[in-house]
Structures are given as structure tokens and as C-alpha cells.
Design a protein around this ligand. Structure first.
Ligand code: TYD
Length: 209
């Protein structure tokens, strides 16, 4: 099916700021792939294993306002390490298409760029945590944070950051995608969800053919 770096499986990640519609698109792609006979593992970050979900609860809890930036980056990386080793890699080895809501580029954009920890440091941390796991394709759903945040009902600890901070996250994603365009699909999240889903499915079909 795939002869990419994660063969026999294929690893697809949806990235973007708050309220970009990642979950909707991940669900639509999963349905489309299952309808074409693929076996799909759908998962998300931070989370995807019991330990990583427990770390997620720590990270998003507004009670932990002021959590140290490096501690935050390490917790995201710790959750990712467990998720990668126990869910994503086994699924790829079985030949599944893995569809994941957020992965290491979220750490690079949020912790590396917006928190200012440095993109290389945060990328290295994630690569160390996962043993070098990289997606075959990352779909970036680009949204103006003012519009995306307006869709958030009760903000978690990160969503509660100021607009300017979320603008840096957005710029982070765009810059990451610009540096490796062959592995990224950047889409305007303001387009109708059905249009976006169709475009993603066409691109993925082409890569899996
Ligand atoms: P998510 O569950 O995708 O939030 P939402 O569905 O509300 O978009 O992600 C939780 C938050 O964690 C989100 O604000 C992005 C942030 N995050 C990081 O800062 N670094 C990371 O590595 C990841 C995976 C997420």
C-alpha cells in the first residue's frame, strides 16, 4: 500500500490552531479511508494511551496556570513517547493508516515558537521521545485565531492564552510547512468542510495509490 518511511503503514496528522476543525476533518478522512477498505487507527494528541490521557489532563487543566514552559514541553513529549511506542508504531507495523489529531508540529508551534523554547530544541525533544517518528503527510488547517478562538466554548489552559500568542502559533505552523512542502498540505480552514474533506481525500488517495 505505502512505500513511505512508515511502510507498511501510513501516518497522517492534522494540525492547526484552536477551532480549525481538525477533528471534523480527521473523522471525515477516517470514514473515507474505511469506505475504500483501509484499516485505520484514529487517535489524538496529547493523549491516545491511558498514561498520555492522564498527562493531557494535567496539561489542559486551567488550575495549572503558570506551569513552567520547559515542564510543559517535557510533558507533551512524554505523552507523545508513550503514544508513539504503544499505539502509533504498532499500528503502522500492522499496515494501518494512522490518522492523528496533532503531533510533533504542535509542540514546535506552541512550545517552540509561541513559548519561545526554540524550534530545533523542541523538534529534537520530540524526535528523541518517539525514536524519530515522523508523519508521511501533515495537513495544516490554517485559521485566523480570532475566528478559531471564537468557536471555543470553555477555554482550557492553552486556549486561554492571549490572541497574540495564538498568532505566533499560526505563524509557527505556516513556517514549519514552508520548510518541507512535500510533506505538508496547507488548507484554508475557512472553506466549507465538505470541500476540505474532498481535497484531503484526493491527496491521500494519490499518496496511497
Ligand atoms: P487539542 O485537544 O487538539 O485541543 P483542541 O481540540 O481544543 O484544538 O489540543 C490540546 C491543546 O494542547 C491545544 O491547545 C494545543 C496544545 N498542544 C501543545 O501546546 N503542544 C503539543 O505538542 C500538542 C500535541 C498540543
Amino acid at each position: 500500500m505505502s512505500d513511505g518511511p512508515n511502510a507498511p503503514g501510513f501516518f497522517i496528522v492534522f494540525e492547526g490552531g484552536e477551532g480549525a476543525g481538525k477533528s471534523t476533518q480527521a473523522a471525515a478522512l477516517t470514514d473515507a479511508l474505511v469506505a475504500r477498505g483501509h484499516r485505520v487507527t484514529r487517535t489524538r494528541e496529547p493523549g491516545g494511551t491511558p498514561a498520555a490521557e492522564a498527562i493531557r489532563a494535567i496539561l489542559l487543566d486551567p488550575a495549572h496556570e503558570g506551569l513552567d514552559d520547559r515542564a510543559e514541553a517535557l510533558l507533551f513529549a512524554a505523552a507523545r513517547g508513550d503514544h508513539a511506542q504503544r499505539v502509533i508504531r504498532p499500528a503502522l507495523l500492522r499496515g494501518d493508516v494512522v490518522v492523528c489529531d496533532r503531533f510533533m508540529d504542535s509542540s514546535i508551534a506552541y512550545q517552540g515558537v509561541a513559548r519561545g523554547l526554540g524550534t530545533q530544541t523542541v523538534a529534537d525533544l520530540s524526535l528523541w521521545a518517539t525514536g524519530g517518528l515522523l508523519p508521511d503527510l501533515t495537513v495544516v488547517l490554517d485559521v485566523d485565531p480570532q475566528i478559531g478562538l471564537a468557536r471555543v466554548a470553555s477555554p482550557d489552559r492553552l486556549e486561554a492564552e492571549p490572541l497574540e500568542w495564538h498568532r505566533r502559533v499560526r505563524e509557527g505552523f505556516i513556517e514549519i510547512a514552508r520548510r518541507a512542502p512535500h510533506r505538508y498540505l496547507v488548507l484554508d480552514a475557512g472553506r466549507p468542510p465538505e470541500d476540505l474533506a474532498t481535497e484531503v481525500a484526493v491527496v491521500v488517495d494519490g499518496l496511497l495509490a
